[in-house]
Design a protein around this ligand. Structure first.
Ligand code: ARG
Length: 566
């Protein structure tokens, strides 16, 4: 595909010997609107070297570049040289590229097979999988695909919250009030209920807390009964989590939860001690981070047990040893910013030069119109209920709009789940989001169904045409404004994918394919496709094919399926 920016740099740097390609490329801008050209090059920087005014230089460059066939017009506007790409060449280079690369359009080998570990989802055993975990799951899954698409080898890790004091409390609560039958029937709900009850009771009887702590200590020491119960809770919980992962079509390469590091922590604590940074403080062991304006990182509690941070430090070292990652990414909401900053600092203080390859990518919190979601108090939206509801709502929409659709149930799943995922990935991830069913599932506006529908519409045009798509078309027929707008968005897609990776921000892709879907709908209404003129039809069908292909690739990178019909 012709890279017009590079072409401009080549042209200009041939004219202006004192500047290299790279230097010129950095100067090139995209004008605020297309009346001012597709690219612009400001000449202020050149003024000094040439001892001429930028306006004069711009004028001279324009004169020198006259007659270049990549551009239909090169003109100067004051100190700027504005470049208008030749729309026919533009259409041809973009559409040929998409036609050749198809579902690989936008992929590159930037990563050269380096490993990127992505730590996402990580719900807590015996606790509800809430909308916050959903965000982590959905963002992590998308980044997984984006990194792979760009030539990295993604390693997906589910760092399940399956260890910690809460399991001591849980065991304690189970022994007091638990009922096996109820637990088997509705594991997470029941276990969560027990946990909430434990906290309520402990407010009246604080000695319960000690009992809970004792059970966790037993667990850490490998007590048979404690382990057996813990394992049972974990298995039951995973069964429920897997149902959610199946609905979302999310997979992990490793389910290495916090408990996986039990036998690996001693060595790590020893290493911290050897570095001379482990300090005793009121019976506990900490790493002092005062110098870095942070509270100390607790490593070992007074009762000798480890904590969340100890396990994260151990896990990071294990992952570096095992996967030799180029990057290890963590997806949680921003309420954990301090936790990650603290333990990552400890890794740095331990002298690991790869500390800067650890990256916490925080995201905003999710609320409903009723307010924030909380686990303790029990007022949570349970995620599987939420997903079921989305599918059900999508189902009734389909029933209303297209009752004769084949595979209605499967499409309802794709649309309902797609709407939920899109909602999570539609804004800059650090922003808080509010759940709103009607908005999410609407077919208009910035929603998953809207984009999926544009894809299905493109597909149905292609099906109706019964035509062998070819890239051998008359590209001069693809130069009107509505068409060019679509092609611009197609052309921009690969860069957006790279930006999404660099910023760990899938929403850039969401926004881009939403713009593409909108531009395509405009094109669809303004430019009849299945016309009698063979050449025009052929050219427009190629464009429709390119749109369908690119939306599908984009949705795929978000983890959203694209039904052929809706
Ligand atoms: N289980 C934690 C939670 O629910 C998230 C774990 C994130 N990953 C990590 N390595 N700390 O908040």
């Amino acid at each position: 595909m012709i890279d017009f920016k590079k072409e401009i740099s080549k042209l200009v740097s041939n004219q202006v010997e004192s500047l290299s390609h790279g230097e010129v490329e950095e100067l090139i801008e995209i004008p605020p609107n297309y009346n001012m050209g597709d690219y612009a090059m400001p000449c202020f920087k050149l003024a000094k070297a040439f001892r001429k005014s930028p306006n004069v230089i711009a004028n001279e460059i324009v004169e020198d570049l006259k007659g270049n066939e990549l551009f239909e017009k090169i003109e100067n506007a004051g100190p700027y040289v504005n470049f208008f790409v030749n729309k026919e060449v533009f259409a041809q280079t973009v559409l040929e590229e998409i036609f050749t690369k198809k579902e690989k359009y936008g992929s590159q080998n930037i990563g050269q097979n380096q490993n990127v570990v992505i730590d996402y989802s990580a719900p807590n055993i015996a606790k509800p999988f809430h909308v916050g975990h959903l965000r982590s799951t959905v963002i992590g899954n998308s980044l997984y695909k984006i990194y792979e698409f760009l030539g990295y080898n993604s390693v997906g890790v589910n760092h399940l919250g399956d260890w910690g004091t809460q399991f001591g409390k849980m065991i304690c609560a189970y022994k007091k009030w638990g009922n096996d039958e109820e637990i088997e029937k509705e594991p997470i709900k029941t276990l969560h209920y027990l946990y909430v009850k434990f906290h309520d009771e402990a407010e009246k009887k604080p000695e319960l807390e000690d009992e809970g702590r004792l059970w966790f200590k037993k667990l850490e020491e490998g007590d048979e009964e404690a382990i057996k119960l813990w394992k049972w809770f974990a298995d039951l919980s995973l069964r429920e989590f897997n149902r959610i992962y199946d609905l979302l079509k999310v997979k992990f390469d490793h389910y290495t939860g916090e408990s996986f590091y039990n036998d690996k922590m001693d060595r790590v604590v020893e290493m911290i001690k050897e570095k001379g940074i482990l300090k005793e403080s009121e019976g506990a062991y900490i790493v002092n981070l005062e110098k870095y304006d942070m509270p100390p990182c607790l490593i070992i509690k007074k009762d000798g047990t480890t904590i969340y941070a100890t396990r994260d430090i151990t896990a990071a070292i294990y992952r570096k040893d095992t996967f030799n990652f180029a990057k290890c990414l963590y997806l949680t909401d921003y309420s954990q910013n301090l936790h990650f900053a603290q333990w990552m600092k400890v890794i740095e203080l331990m002298g690991f030069d790869w500390a800067n390859q650890l990256e916490h990518a925080p995201f905003g919190r999710v609320s409903t119109e009723q307010g924030r979601l909380q686990t303790r108090k029990g007022n949570v939206i349970l995620l599987d209920e939420l997903l079921d509801k989305a599918i059900e709502k999508a189902g009734s929409l389909i029933e209303e709009k297209n009752p004769n659709l084949k595979d209605k149930e499967e499409v309802a799943r794709k649309v309902g789940i797609g709407a939920v995922i899109y909602n999570d990935l539609s804004n800059n991830k650090i922003k808080d989001i509010v759940f709103n069913w009607d908005r999410m599932l609407s077919f208009d506006g910035e929603t998953g169904p809207y984009v999926q529908y544009a894809h299905a519409r493109a597909n149905s045009v292609l099906e109706k045409a019964q035509f062998d798509i070819s890239a051998d078309v008359d590209y001069s027929l693809l130069t009107n404004e509505d068409t060019v707008e679509v092609i611009r968005l197609l052309e921009g897609f690969p860069q957006v994918v790279v930006a999404a990776m660099e910023k760990n921000e899938p929403s850039l892709i969401t926004r881009h394919i939403t713009d593409l879907a909108q531009a395509f709908n405009k094109f669809y209404h303004e430019c009849p496709i299945l016309v009698d003129e063979e050449e025009l039809k052929k050219a427009r069908l190629l464009l429709v094919f390119a749109v369908k292909n690119t939306i599908k690739v984009g949705l795929g990178l978000l983890g959203i399926e694209a039904p052929e019909k809706m």
